[in-house]
Design a protein around this ligand. Structure first.
Ligand code: MSP
Length: 652
């Protein structure tokens, strides 16, 4: 029997100007596209994800001339910047198109020629103003200023006067057809508010568009008239068809075209929602289903852009956090139609609270308990009670809702829902207090059930977040002892549970670094000496919180032996230690460099807290905290053991 072919999903990003250093704004579009591509793969579709670079035009020509390079040599020397960033962000594109690729240039010429033959392209003369930065002709009514110049209304830069022979595209002939398109297919431009903007622009009247330049040499030559170079936007927009094989891999082109969604920033919506469908209508090619115009990332309320000098380099964040916190933050913080202000405070707050606290701790606590109480393999769970059933059925509901939200591009809502569920699982654990159950052998089956339910919830909820945080979710699944990768499990096939008998989970490592703002922004970051606080005065002493014995018992204090100790470059107060806590080795950072030399410490045994949330100090993860007395001049004195005791011994 013949198999029905899988449904396809084709998603694109704009092709970025090759000479621009990609910043968080560019990363944003690409991350959205990646999350959608990964989601649609889980949904069982045959996905193609295209991105690339826009390498022709006056902007590159000018930049190359300033550097004394040929435009192609310039493009070759900088194209790696985009590719490296996409690698660091785990972007799973299928093809990276460069508009200087041979098949692309040939495809553009073929399409140009066909429109010329058809009469939709004709020769004339263009007089007007051109913005090199946006590669855009200004509208005729842009005001002439006192100095006799015009300014680009979009980027605010001075435009250049142009008077030259040109080929025009008969855009005016498509005005009615475009309006019909918006009417019949309102999903063509999303979000809805942008459709209204685009339609009113078109209703205002379309003039024919100059699509060649004689004064720009760096571009695709007009076939048969090479003193003309094809306008960079005519060239660039066609990457969406040439990039999947138009005229060179017809089978692939036919399989994927038309695109399901072109993701673009709202700055370039007009090119995609007016010119592009008009070019396609003229060529008789099918139209993409949706052009999604997303909002901008702003810095201090202004669009992040090179010309404004307010761009943020994603590599700085990636170095400290890896890709997932940035991916999560950008997609979680704003709905994709709206603008958002980027601040490091906002970023760190989200990462610390949603990732390190809510998700990271849930994973850490659950797996550590399964490790400690069951040696990693849960046995003999009791049957489900009502609240256990709720953890399961809530997940099934969540899975359905999250599917629809991803499918409707509501990525922030999808994440919001997943994290609400993670919060409810944390609450379920807190209310059941498995650490107390563990003390009573009679409650072991119940303890097994609660931990099993939490582990299944982690497995399920993290799977739902996979399109956004692929690397972390793969790690979590590894901790859970999964042998399959989340990417290989279809959405429909994912069940709650998946923990057969004998499944062994691992002791988790910290998933997300916890970084304080002052450490991140590079202030002299000195962690307080362990236990440091001002001498409490009497009054404070009186209102000091009392701790119950139950609360104190939650602290896991152990004997640890120092295996290695070293200074941290650039820091005067802290040392990095490697310690043995009996069951494993850990690294930690302690503010003891003013009291101890590293060589005095190796071999010594002391007391550490092993179940404190890990912290990142000076970029180093500290996985334990030692106990020390604080002297009057604020130095730390460590109580060492004076007789032999094995590392790991309990202190209580
Ligand atoms: N080369 C054209 C696109 C041709 S597509 C056929 C171009 N390139 S660009 O390098 O300027 O990239 C523009 C895209 O980068 C925007 O449309 C948007 O997707 C993204 N962003 C650039 N700055 C941005 C923000 N500050 N915020 C969000 N996205 C932004 O235009």
């Amino acid at each position: 029997m013949e198999k029905t072919p899988k449904r396809t999903f084709y998603v694109t990003t704009p092709i970025y100007y090759v000479n621009d250093v990609p910043h968080i704004g560019h990363a944003y579009t690409t991350i959205i596209a990646d999350a959608l591509a990964r989601f649609q793969k889980l949904a069982g579709k045959d996905v193609f994800f295209l991105t690339g670079t826009d390498e022709h035009g006056q902007k590159i020509e000018k930049a190359a001339a300033e550097k004394g390079l040929s435009p192609k040599a310039l493009a070759d020397s900088v194209v790696g910047r985009a590719q490296d960033l996409w690698k660091a962000l785990d972007i799973s594109y299928d093809f990276f198109i460069r508009t200087t690729m041979d098949f692309h240039e040939k495809g553009v010429q073929k399409l140009f020629q066909a429109l010329l033959d058809k009469g939709d392209i004709y020769k004339g003369e263009y007089r007007g103003w051109y913005c090199v930065s946006d590669e855009n002709f200004l509208a005729d009514d842009a005001p002439l200023e006192a100095d006799g110049c015009k300014t680009c209304p979009d980027c605010g830069k001075k435009a250049s006067p142009v008077a030259e022979e040109t080929y025009f595209f008969r855009l005016s002939a498509y005005q009615e057809k475009l309006l019909e398109l918006y009417e019949e297919h309102p999903e063509f431009v999303r979000p809805q508010s942008r459709l209204n903007e685009v339609a009113s622009f078109v209703r205002g009247g379309l003039k024919d568009l100059s699509i060649t330049r004689t004064t720009v040499k760096w571009g695709v030559p007009v076939p048969g008239d090479p003193k003309h170079t094809i306008y960079v936007w005519f060239d660039a927009l066609h990457n969406y068809v040439t990039g999947i094989g138009y005229d060179w891999d017809t089978a692939r082109y036919e399989r994927f075209w038309p695109a399901d969604v072109h993701l673009v920033g709202k700055d370039i919506l007009r090119f995609h929602a007016v010119y592009w469908p008009a070019f396609l209508m003229a060529s008789g090619l099918p139209l993409p289903r949706t052009v999604y115009g997303h909002g901008w990332w702003l810095k201090d309320d202004t669009k992040m852009s090179k010309s404004k000098g307010n761009v943020l380099d994603p590599h700085v964040l990636l170095k400290v956090f890896g890709p997932d916190p940035l991916r999560y933050f950008l997609l979680r913080e704003i709905p994709i139609g709206q603008d958002g202000n980027f601040s490091h405070e906002g970023f760190l707050h989200r990462v610390n609270s949603d990732l390190a606290n809510d998700l990271g701790n849930l994973v850490q606590r659950t797996l550590t308990m399964i490790g400690n109480y069951f040696g990693g393999a849960i046995d003999g769970p009791a049957g489900e009670t009502g609240e256990d059933v709720r953890v399961r059925t809530d997940f099934d509901d969540l899975k359905r809702r999250v599917f629809d939200l991803y499918d409707a591009y509501a990525l922030n809502k999808a994440l919001e829902e997943i994290w609400a569920y993670i919060g409810s699982v944390n609450k379920y654990l807190a209310e059941n207090e498995p650490w107390i159950m563990a003390k009573d052998p009679a409650r072991r089956p119940r303890l097994a059930r609660v931990l099993l339910q939490a582990a299944a919830a982690i497995r399920g909820a993290s799977y739902l977040a996979f399109p956004v945080m692929p690397r972390s979710v793969e790690t979590i699944w590894g901790f859970l002892g999964e042998t399959t990768k989340p990417a290989d499990v279809l959405w429909d096939k994912l069940d709650f549970g998946g923990f057969g008998p004998g499944r062994k989970v691992m002791m988790p490592q910290a998933l997300f670094p916890r970084v304080a703002l002052k450490d991140f922004l590079g202030d002299e970051a000195v962690p307080p000496a362990p236990g440091a606080r001002q001498e409490p005065n009497k009054k404070e002493n009186e209102k000091m919180d009392m701790v119950t014995y139950e609360e104190f018992k939650k602290m896991d204090l152990r004997v640890a032996q120092i295996l290695e100790a070293e200074r941290v470059p650039g820091a005067t107060k802290i040392l990095k230690l490697k310690i043995d806590i009996g069951t494993e080795q850990r690294q930690m950072v302690a503010g003891i460099a003013e009291t101890y030399a590293p060589e005095d410490l190796v071999g010594k045994k002391l007391i550490v807290i092993v179940n404190l949330k890990p912290a990142v100090i000076r970029g180093i993860e500290s996985q334990a905290m030692l106990l020390a007395a604080i002297t009057a001049d604020n130095k730390a004195l460590i109580p060492f053991f004076d007789r032999d005791i094995p590392p790991g011994a309990v202190v209580k």
